[in-house]
Each structure stands twice: as C-alpha cells, then as structure tokens.
Design a protein around this ligand. Structure first.
Ligand code: GLC
Ligand code: GLC
Length: 654
C-alpha cells in the first residue's frame, strides 16, 4: 500500500472516528476534561502508527472500520477507568521515560505458590525483596488454568480470573499497589500466543460457534497441517510430534505449537487482535507495570515459512504497543523470544518491546563456564549486544525454562568452534555425562531426529554445588560457590536489568520430587521449580551456606546500585588477551569501570599494558575487594575471581 494513501486514510479515519468517540464518552469527558484532553493528545500522536499497522494487517476485511472503532472505544474506556494511582504513575514515567535504565533496577521472578503459598501471603515476603534489593518482581502466570498439566500456568483459561488457589484479581491488584509503594514494579505475563482449550473462546469454538472457531486455526483434514509442518519446528518433541492436535468433538485439527491443550490464537482475524487488546488493557489497569510478552516469535503463521519471527508478528506487537501508549502509557513490554540472536534483537525497539530477555548471553555464560574459555562469548558479545539506547536487556542466569544453546553458528565457526559438536558437548557437560563435569542438569526435550536437546537444572546444581555437597568436599564446595558468585558478578555489571530466578540467590538445588507427580513427571523443567520451605532450620541458621550466599548477593546488589557507571548504556567488550578472562568497560556520568572475570579454576592474569589501555588510568580501585592499586603491574585474578575496577586517576580525559 502506498504510504501517501495510508497517510490520507489515517487522517480521514480519525476525522470519522473522533466525533463518534466523543459522542460515546461525552459524559465522562465532561466530568474529567483534563484526562480526556490527555487521551486525545496521545491518540493524536500514536494514531498514525497504530492505523498504518492495522490497515496493513486487516485493511482488506469488510469489517475493518468496525474493529477499528471498537479498539478505540476500548482504549478510551480503559483510560477513563484507569485507577488514579496508575495515572499518577503514568505521569511520573512520562517525566522520566528512562526510569528502567537505572543501575538501581534489579528483578526477581517467582511462582506465588512455590515461593510462598498464595498472592496474599506474598506480602509477607516484601521485606525479603527489599533486603535483597529488588525493584521488579515478576509473578509467573497466576491465571485460572485447566486442572492437571497447565504448562506451569502458560495455558490460560481466563486473563481476568486467577487460579483460585492463588487468590483473586483484587489480591493481585492489591499486591501491585503494595509493591509500588515499596518502589517495586509488578511484572506479569501476557500469554498471548495461545489460550488453553478451556478458555471461553475455545469452549465456544468446541460448541460449534463459527465466530469462535475463527479465533483459532482449525482444519477439517490434514491437507494444510501437512503442508505447514514441512517447515515447522517441534517445540516439545518428547511430548508429541507435530504442531497440530486432533479434536474429536469438532472433528478438526487445531494448531497447537506447544502442548495439545494450548491453542494458538489466529491473529489474522482482527476480532482476535481486538479481544486480546482488551485483555491486555485489563491487565494494565490491574496495576501491572511490565508485561512479559510470552512466546512472541510464534504469533503469526504463513505457509511455506517456519512460522516464527514473521514481519506480521512484529506488527502485532507494535500495534499493541501503540494502544498502550494511548491508554496505559507507563506500561512496558518485555519480549520473550528464545530464538536466534539476530531475531531476538528485532523485537527490541522503542515502539515494540523496550525490554528483552538476553538468551544469548545466558547461554554463552554457561558455555564459557563449561569450557573455561571466553573466545565465543567475547566474539559474540562484541558483535551482538547493541540495542537502541532507550531499550534494555534483561540479563539472567536461570529462569523457569530450560537452557537452549542459542548462539549463532557462524560466530562459533569464526572462533574455530564446530557449533553442532559444541552443542552436543554442552549438553553432555551440563547433564553431567562429560567426564569431569561438575554439573548435574537434566536433559529436556531430546529430539531424536535432529539430535537437539536442552537442559534443565538450577543455577547451583549446574554450577557444581550439588555435586560438591554430595561429595562433602570443602574444596569443591568453594569452587562451586565461586562459579555462582562470578556468574552473578557479570549479570549485575554488564548492563541492562539483572533478573534473579528467586531461590537462586541462596543456591537452591535441583528438586527431583517432580518425578512422582503425574502432572509434572514428563517435564524436566520442574526440577528447577521447587517448593521453597522458608521455615527450615537451615534458613534460620545465620551460618548456613544459604544465608551466606544470600548475604553475598545482597551486598553485590547494593554495590551495583551505588555505581553510576553500571547504569544501562554502553558496554564495550575488551580483548583481555587471556583466553580464560572475559572483560568489558562500562562508563557513565564520569565514572569509568573495567570489569574482568576469570572463567578458570586456576589463577589468571591480564597484562599491565591491557590494564592501562582499557583502564585509562594510573590508579585503580577494585570495588569488590576494596583494594586500591597503581597501574604498572599485571592484573591477577584467583580461581573464578573477578574485579570491578574504577579508574581513580586518569591518563587522559574521558
Ligand atoms: C514460554 C514460557 C514457557 C512456555 C511457553 C509456552 O516460552 O516461558 O514456559 O512453555 O512459553 O507458553
Ligand atoms: C522454545 C521456545 C521458547 C520456549 C521454550 C520452552 O525454545 O522458543 O519460547 O520458552 O521453547 O521450552
């Protein structure tokens, strides 16, 4: 479509819709003229963007204008209903659009029922969050789900109702308020690629209503599914082959990328877009400050492609983004794209997702830990960590999902690594099969055809603590702790928002009891989703290992917060000229820091010239040890040691 034509239509459509909108909301607009003006202003600025996307996606539909009008009405209604406290937040965020870039940001993620008992009980843990230093808490999907397996909450029956065992929407909203009062942002998932097969829309589709059958991808026979499947990946190959599920009641095949009970939504239908926009704004008004957009890669399908990362997937997210800018301006999106690094980056944009998981850094940290070598991480991070200035990575070591080896094959070849063989090695290493491995991970979703596999396990078990504790060997325990702390040093200092998968801050180990639970046994990710028993003696013993680990993290977080150089922004990977060291420079507000981490269990050093070139200084202060020393001698690091060096006397001005 020609741009000029779209521009004309943009204007005409708004001229046509605005009077209808004003008429519909006349009373409300008159009773809160300021709020209404603010709305119209934002509509005016974001309408061109929203309209240009929607007309491209849905312009050929006979009912396009009807949907457009309904979307606007929803946005207006949602804005008018938005609680005062959130409108105040909107203003604050508008005044400080870069709030999430601060080095004071630190995230935590948890399951309400596993970390605590339910949402109300979580209030009791707010002091714990504060002691640790969190400013962002991500609650794993708390929504109503089918009984039995619900993919850990990712099969949603209703976006407006919580799982009754966790609480009510009011409880969630209250938690959001309480957290906000404490300076902590509530993050919740927007599971928008699919609903469960028990969502009202799916039930009505099963009941034979054509309108709702159009909400999903249904096929009367295998013709189209077979054609699509030629190019589709199997996400859960151990569970089932293929991406379609036969539904006996409807006598139709349903598109189910993940489990058979997770039905992919049909975003080619504008009614789906509109319905999901309503659910999204509903969550925004509950008080969610960041929405984690789940499985973004899969939301658009086109025959002949792998149906991942299609341009329309980006357009859908951008359209959602524009709607939020109009009706819930402070809401941020975080992208969950666990795909090739080039594709991950494409979701990160001011007008798309401001935040994104960084699965490549996560995978490469584990890669370097296994190999004791930093060639690949150094090379790949130098090439691929740059994103727009007003966006930010979310950096993590572990999450509720498995680890997949998402690095670029060419990056590996370029440093002399055979990517296929290397991934096999990494799987062997982290499942403890490689001789001498310290890791005790569990295989996840072995694909017999491709040989692909991923790995489950907690940070501590993968880093060697489980093995060391079993061997009851103080030396091994010490090494494992050093690995954990060094990995954390990187996540806390490399830029972006560090995200802690809660429990990992005190070294929780794999929990094998999931095997006895029929709802969980088939999914090894449950090994790293243990129920936490806070009342245990170990936790109350200040000398316990768990306590020491916790204190160490909390102290490191405190240190991060005090260093303006660690605010999100430029990060330059350096050549340490030692294959075991990984170093980078961070600077901001006149503070310059050189951070170097040792991935080897042996002492390593970095030459004095490197130190002077990158540190730009005569004198350095290491924030980790508190020691100040002059340039002119090599930097020595102990086993898995690291330094956060600040240059205190410069050789030349910044
Ligand atoms: C995301 C979630 C994962 C879930 C999948 C399907 O990748 O992180 O746990 O299985 O989406 O919703
Ligand atoms: C795949 C998907 C990712 C999901 C994961 C669950 O890697 O790309 O979105 O989290 O499977 O295991």
């Amino acid at each position: 479509m020609a741009d000029e034509w779209i521009r004309q239509q943009t204007r005409i459509s708004l001229q046509r819709l605005l009077p209808r909108l004003r008429a519909e909301f006349k009373e409300a607009a008159e009773s809160m003229p300021q709020h209404w003006d603010a709305f119209e202003k934002r509509l005016d600025s974001h309408w061109p963007r929203l309209f240009a996307i929607l007309i491209r996606l849905y312009g050929s539909r006979y009912d396009f204008f009807y949907h457009l009008e309904q979307i606007l009405f929803t946005a207006a209604r949602s804005w008018l209903d938005r609680p005062e406290a959130l409108k105040t937040l909107d203003e604050a965020r508008e005044a400080d659009g870069q709030w999430f870039q601060s080095q004071e940001m630190v995230g935590g993620v948890l399951y309400a029922d596993l970390f605590s008992d339910n949402i109300t009980q979580l209030h009791e843990h707010i002091p714990y969050f504060k002691e640790l230093g969190l400013t962002y808490v991500h609650l794993m999907p708390p929504f109503a789900v089918p009984a039995g397996d619900s993919d850990g909450g990712y099969a949603v029956n209703s976006y407006r109702m919580l799982d009754p065992s966790l609480g009510t929407m009011e409880d969630l909203s209250e938690l959001g308020d309480r957290l906000r009062e404490e300076g902590i942002s509530l993050v919740v998932d927007f599971v928008f690629n699919h609903t469960s097969d028990e969502h009202e829309w799916a039930l009505r589709a099963q009941g034979g209503e054509p309108e709702y059958q159009d909400f999903y991808y249904l096929f009367a026979d295998r013709t189209l599914p077979d054609q699509y499947e030629r190019n589709l990946r199997n996400i859960f190959p151990e569970v089932r082959k293929g991406s379609f599920t036969w539904h006996e009641g409807m006598r139709k095949w349903v598109w189910t990328t993940f489990h058979s009970f997770q039905w992919d939504l049909n975003y080619a239908n504008p009614a789906v877009f509109r319905a999901m926009a309503e659910e999204m704004l509903f969550l925004a008004n509950v008080g969610v400050e960041v929405l984690r957009l789940d499985a973004v890669a899969f939301i658009w399908k086109r025959m002949g492609t792998d149906c991942e990362n299609l341009p329309e997937a980006h357009m859908i997210i951008q359209a959602f983004n524009a709607i939020c800018r109009i009706a819930a301006p402070s809401l941020l999106f975080k992208s969950e794209a666990i795909v090739h690094p080039d594709e991950v980056i494409r979701y990160i944009d001011t007008d798309e997702c401001r935040l994104s998981y960084n699965p490549m850094l996560m995978a490469l940290l584990w890669e370097a830990l296994a190999t004791r070598g930093t060639r690949l991480i150094e090379h790949a991070m130098r090439k691929r960590s740059r994103i727009p200035n007003d966006c930010s990575w979310v950096n993590y070591l572990r999450c509720h999902d498995d680890i997949g080896w998402t690095f670029d094959d060419n990056d590996a070849w370029e440093v002399g690594i055979d990517p296929g063989a290397h991934r096999r090695f990494l799987n062997d290493f982290y499942t403890g099969q490689f001789p001498g491995s310290f890791a005790r991970g569990i295989p996840f979703q072995f694909n017999a055809e491709s040989g692909d596999q991923r790995v489950s396990g907690t940070l501590a078990s993968l880093a060697g603590l489980e093995q060391a504790l079993l061997a009851n060997d103080p030396l091994l325990i010490d090494m494992a702790i050093r690995r954990i702390v060094m990995l954390r040093s990187i996540v806390l200092s490399i830029g972006g928002i560090p995200l802690i998968y809660l429990g990992e801050e005190w070294g929780m180990l794999n929990d094998y009891s999931y095997i006895t639970d029929t709802r969980k046994a088939g999914d090894s990710r449950w090994v790293h989703r243990p129920k936490i028993h806070w009342g245990t003696d170990r936790w109350s013993d200040p000398e316990a290992l768990e306590r020491r680990l916790f204190k160490e993290v909390a102290a490191m977080i405190k240190m991060r917060k005090s260093l303006p150089a660690l605010r999100n922004g430029g990060m330059e990977v350096i050549s340490t000229e030692n294959p075991h060291l990984f170093g980078y420079i961070r600077h901001n507000k006149g503070q310059r820091m050189l951070i170097v981490n040792n991935f080897s269990e042996h002492p390593q050093s970095m030459g004095e010239n490197r130190l002077r070139v990158y540190g730009l200084g005569y004198r350095f202060m290491d924030h980790v040890s508190g020691i100040t020393f002059p340039a002119g001698r090599p930097l020595e690091l102990g086993p898995y040691g690291f330094v956060w060096l600040e240059t205190t006397e410069y050789t030349r001005p910044l």
